[in-house]
Design a protein around this ligand. Structure first.
Ligand SMILES: *[C@@H]1O[C@H](CO)[C@@H](O)[C@H](O)[C@H]1NC(C)=O
Length: 376
């Protein structure tokens, strides 16, 4: 072939080669990826909350939902110990509203402080300056019962969440075990994370079905608290009103020391004790990890038992002066090309759990598995 002809063909040959390669890449299996960011106790500090959400790429430079994450989870205790209660709940509402347009979702939780305020207003943890932002004690009580914050708690906040990692397992708060037990042993059945404020104690009787049992108790107790007239006056000087007289034993247990709002065992018990107990709770709730706030470590997000227990309260509010942090969980499921003869599909499933700080990141757990089965 004359050299000139070869040279004139070269661009076409190159284009054909590149097209071929592109096609090869396109037929390569693409992974499913889900990005979850969880943030712990915020306690009345909008400035630090925004810094954390920006750092974790939940919000953009304008403070709007960025679209870079799929789920933003907040584990409760937004209220008290700072003056920005109103601004924080408004921010949560805004992000909840904006997220779906970019394929995202916000999961909000009631912490023990939301519940304490639903019960009454105590001067021991509610600042006078914060009360003033509502326009006084009565206005505050109205806002968090029949007003917009109280309505948001009832409609858009839960006490527990179960977040499946893959869409084939259903939307957030799909119960485990499922009503028909057929899929409870499917390859991905426990590919989910639980979120509560305090912790899911092994002794707590309303663990299953998870999370609907806890959330039904939470809804009914909150409704009873919000329906009281008149609202109990602040204590002190008035006596602590406690739960309503018509609260059931199960509702009282929800708010008890081994209930999901107050439990501290996963944070405080010995390594040996928690790692011995954790698998049973994960098995019963259909989850692989549990995430909680409530018991702060001011230096870091605490990972125990190889990331099965993740405690994310780092005292973000200036009231505590802890480190600014967020937990990132990136889940991916990648089909492996097993050839045309293979009837069963093989997948590589991966979870990377990372603690995010303003100046560094720390990988807390990195799990990879091979999964065989039909996942749609
Ligand atoms: C709950 O969230 C949805 C979605 O953002 C919103 O439209 C609705 O107004 C919220 N409900 C309350 C009572 O805040």
């Amino acid at each position: 072939m004359p050299r000139a002809l070869l040279l004139s063909l070269l661009p076409a040959l190159l284009a054909a080669y590149l097209a071929c390669r592109a096609e090869g890449d396109a037929s390569k299996p693409t992974p499913f990826v889900r990005r979850i960011i969880a943030v712990g106790d915020l306690h009345g500090d909008i400035g630090n909350a925004q810094k954390v959400l920006r750092m974790a790429q939940v919000i953009d430079a304008n403070g709007d939902w960025s679209g870079d994450v799929d789920f933003f989870v907040q584990t409760g205790d937004i209220i008290d110990r700072g003056d920005d209660t109103i601004k924080l709940y408004a921010l949560m509402d805004k992000l909840r509203e904006q997220a779906p347009a970019k394929g995202g979702q916000v999961l909000s939780h009631l912490g023990n402080h939301e519940w304490m305020n639903a019960i009454d207003v105590s001067s021991s943890y509610v600042y006078g300056t914060e009360i003033a932002t509502f326009g006084g004690v009565e206005e505050r009580q109205k806002t968090i019962t029949t007003g917009w914050i109280g309505k948001a708690w009832a409609a858009n906040y839960t006490t527990a969440s179960r977040l499946p990692l893959h869409p084939s397992l259903g939307p957030p708060n799909t119960d485990y075990p499922p009503p028909s037990s057929s899929s409870s042993s499917a390859p991905l059945s426990h590919a989910a994370i639980s979120f509560v404020h305090g912790g899911l104690a092994p002794s707590y009787p309303a663990l299953t079905p998870f999370p609907s049992h806890i959330n039904a108790l939470s809804r009914s107790l909150l409704a009873k608290l919000q329906a009281r007239r008149p609202f109990p006056p602040p204590h002190p000087p008035h006596p602590y009103p406690g739960l309503p007289a018509d609260a059931t034993p199960a509702e009282e247990r929800l708010y008890g020391t081994d209930g999901p709002l107050w439990y501290r065992g996963w944070a405080l018990d010995s390594e040996e004790a928690v790692c011995k107990a954790v698998d049973d709770v994960l098995r019963r709730t259909g989850t692989r990890r549990m995430v909680m706030g409530h018991t702060p470590d001011f230096d870091r997000i605490v990972s125990r038992c190889n990331g099965k227990i993740l405690i994310i309260d780092t005292g973000i509010s200036h009231a505590y002066g802890g480190v600014l942090s967020a937990l990132s969980i990136v889940y991916s499921l990648t089909p492996v090309d097993a050839g045309p003869d293979s009837s069963l599909k093989t997948w590589v499933e991966k979870e990377v759990v990372t603690a995010l700080y303003m100046d560094r990141q720390e990988v807390l757990a990195e799990d990879m598995r091979t999964v065989v089965g039909n996942i749609v």
